[in-house]
Design a protein. Sequence first.
Length: 207
Amino acid sequence: MDNRTELERRRMEAVGRLTGDVAHEFNNVLHVVNMNLELVSRFAAEDKVKPVVERARTAARRGARLTSQLLSFARRQPLGPGPVDINKLLLGIEDLLQVSAGGNIAVELVPCEGRTAALIDSAQFEMALLDLATKSREAMPDGGTLTIATSTQTRPHDDGGLKAGAYVVVTATRTGGSAGAAVQMLFPAADPDAPAQPVVTPALCRT
């Protein structure tokens, strides 16, 4: 393992620990908030208070989902290689992507039908997606849309460093501001029941 790889591994471990600590504390705060909202709902004398409480509960539930995703993200640091369902992973971090992109950017996920299992390091993949969402905020300060879509592709012949075979393709496009080119990541498709194999680095191209 070279120095650069070791530094990256340590950085991701540190990010994971920090994320887990923050998410744990935030989860405790949300628990207290929910308990107090329950008490307000029970003892409020005026009916007009109840819709206010329900809106607060809705916001707290969204915060709980986000916290759950953060804790899950933290627990996956670092990850070993293995088959990962990319559609499931994307949907699992949807709230994190939206927070990273900011309120002016709409994040749209367009998962394809069928199997999208691929051999990837899911921690690195998540970090790449969150970084993409953050950069979308900078590229589209006046608002826009970040669309992340999945598809499957079969390459009959070796081409440009890509071996022939089945691939899962993740395509990210931005509309609005200085949107820039679309980004595609290609991952070799995998049997979701297959044993772990060496990490596959995705082929990355801009279209």
